[in-house]
Design a protein around this ligand. Structure first.
Ligand code: 13P
Length: 252
């Protein structure tokens, strides 16, 4: 019922030239793939190039962040209308690296989510607990809080395209992937909280991706879990072969 989404978050890697070199290897590898949607989130300076190079293919591209306003004196920021103007259709919101290093708050994630929905940008809202919170038994509290804040004031009717990514901070870039059961449990908590705010129908349609040390050899076992609807991949998405294998293994 929920078509998987396999997404690459390139973080602060790849110049336009490197991005295009990746695509020339990656696109032929996945051109017949229909089992899941494929998305790439390049850095802002490469985004326009990736959008152009993926036109007419089965791969779409999105931004790693954006501001919630359309314009203003906000040095360094990019607005929803600016993303729309270059044909961008997706945006990541509230990644833990934005929360930690750019001090993005839950309220800002909420404003960004509202702006994304208004502009028909498909949002991927990232949530996840730190190691410390998990060890203190606070995983459920953190996830419910982050989801409740992100969805505050959002109408269920707007949620048809929305995606959530569960990215436990302790699993990002560490090589310690969550077990399929740990991830499945967290996704179930997230889906229940989505149902509280947006209704059961919306929650059951919503795709929830897992992110954190996803690799070609662990994606299949994660994808066997009923609550896991795809993956958001960092390090292992930087090489065309590796990301193509992840796409293929996810639906093997
Ligand atoms: P890694 O796959 O490198 O752990 O990164 C995950 C991530 O942050 C994706 O957004």
């Amino acid at each position: 019922m929920r078509k998987p989404l396999i997404a690459a978050n390139w973080k602060m890697y790849k110049t336009p030239k490197e991005s295009l070199a990746f695509l020339s290897e990656f696109l032929p590898e996945v051109k017949d793939h229909t089992a899941s949607e494929i998305a790439i989130f390049p850095t802002m300076s490469s985004l326009g190039y990736v959008i152009e190079a993926t036109k007419g293919t089965n791969v779409t591209a999105g931004a790693q962040t954006m501001h919630w306003l359309n314009e203003g004196p906000y040095t360094g920021q990019t607005s929803p209308t600016m993303l729309e103007s270059i044909g961008c259709t997706r945006v990541l919101l509230g990644h833990s690296e934005r929360r930690i290093y750019a001090h993005e708050t839950d309220d800002m994630v909420n404003l960004k989510l509202k702006a994304a929905l208004e502009h028909d940008l498909v949002p991927v809202v990232c949530v996840g607990e730190t190691q410390e919170k998990r060890e203190s038994g606070l995983t459920e509290a953190v996830l419910r809080w982050q989801i409740a804040c992100a969805l505050n004031g959002i109408a269920g009717s707007l949620c048809s395209q929305m995606v959530i990514a569960y990215e436990p901070v302790w699993a990002i870039g560490t090589g310690s992937v969550a077990t399929p059961e740990q991830a499945n449990d967290a996704h179930a908590i997230i889906r229940r909280e989505v149902a509280v705010h947006l209704g059961e129908a919306c929650a059951s349609r919503m795709r929830i991706l897992y992110g954190g040390s996803v690799k070609p050899d662990n994606v299949a076992s994660l994808m066997t879990q009923p609550e896991i609807d795809g993956a958001l991949v960092g390090g292992a998405s930087l090489k065309a072969k590796s990301f193509a294998e992840i796409v293929q293994n996810a639906s093997a």
